[in-house]
Design a protein around this ligand. Structure first.
Ligand SMILES: [Cu+2]
Length: 319
């Protein structure tokens, strides 16, 4: 049960809130179960204690009990959840001695691409971060809506094309945690998961060095990754094209034109139709656009060729 077996402060706070809510609701549910049995026993046919009172229709104290207790519980739940929601705002940075590691996340059909702007490296289906620093995630997708969740670290958040959402997480120590998409989005959905690896500073530096030694993520490879398929193995890259995260977001943005900023997004000629990028400055050339198969056929599995198999880049820390 990853929701209970927490591995970070956010998940721990989420878990406490869940238990408080369960406990408060049990105040109503448990007496109902007990009373059901008692009422059945006491008022069963032929039992002498159950008085027959056909004229009875109102009891002040019973009404107060039936309405009062749930009302108090709603108020208490409201207070706890309101406070918890503000305390756990995914957009606010976590308190920490060192600045968070910035990671940009792009959800693809059906994989997760991670860009590390400070380190200028990229990885697919593997998120590595130093355990003693929080991570500051910016999320978007280059496909339909997805839901990003590392249950043992806490707080699920949605990612949407053309929009940026943010999530701050931290781990208590080293460990490898399952991260996944929890929003059903097609046949490869069940395989859209990744390892979130919290490692020591040295191991993180080693991971960055290892990634740096590899080829950068090319636009051509990115276009392949963006097609619906699942990866056999995680991939790492020693770079990525430009401000890739913004470019992917801009593909889906259709801003309202103003007099001083003419409508460069308008599809004026037939040639423009089919352009990947609505922003007027194509993020990627489109000459090799492959037809997109959204579902009926088998899942394509793409991955690094033989000999480029990526072994775990850092020591697999035990959970
Ligand atoms: Cu949205």
């Amino acid at each position: 049960m990853p929701l209970i077996d927490t591995a970070g402060p956010v998940a721990e706070a989420n878990r406490d809130l869940m238990f408080i809510a369960l406990g408060l609701m049990a105040v109503v549910v448990i007496p109902v179960f007990i009373l059901t049995a008692l009422v059945l026993l006491r008022y069963r046919a032929g039992h002498e204690h159950g008085k027959y009172r056909p004229e009875w229709n109102f009891s002040g104290w019973l009404e107060a009990l039936i309405w009062g207790i749930p009302a108090l519980i709603i108020v208490a739940l409201g207070v706890f959840l309101w406070n918890g929601t503000h305390r756990l705002d995914p957009y606010s940075p976590l308190p920490a001695s060192s600045p968070p590691l910035e990671v940009q996340v792009i959800g693809l059909d059906w994989k997760w691409l991670f860009l590390y702007p400070e380190q200028q490296i990229a990885s697919v289906d593997r998120l590595v971060f130093p355990a003693d620093r929080p991570i500051a995630l910016s999320l978007t997708t280059d496909a339909n809506m997805m839901s990003f969740f590392i249950p043992r670290l806490g707080s699920q958040i949605y990612a949407m094309a053309g929009m940026e959402t943010k999530l701050h997480l931290a781990a208590d120590g080293n460990g490898t945690f399952l991260g996944r998409n929890t929003q059903f989005n097609g046949i490869g959905f069940s395989r859209q998961h990744f390892d979130a690896m919290a490692v020591g500073e040295d191991d993180f530096a080693a991971f960055v060095d290892k990634a740096k030694a590899r080829e950068p993520l090319s636009s051509a490879r990115y276009r392949q990754l963006a097609l619906p398929s699942v990866l056999e193995e995680p991939e790492i890259y020693g770079g990525y094209p430009g401000d890739h995260f913004r470019q992917v977001m801009m593909k889906y943005k259709n801003e309202v034109p103003t007099p001083d900023r003419p409508d460069e997004n308008a599809l004026s000629t037939e040639d423009d139709i089919g352009s990947v990028d609505g922003s007027g400055h194509p993020a990627f050339s489109v000459e090799e656009e492959a037809p997109v198969d959204r579902g009926d056929g088998p899942i394509t599995v793409s991955g690094p060729q033989k000999g480029r198999k990526i072994e775990p880049d850092v020591e697999e820390a035990s959970e």
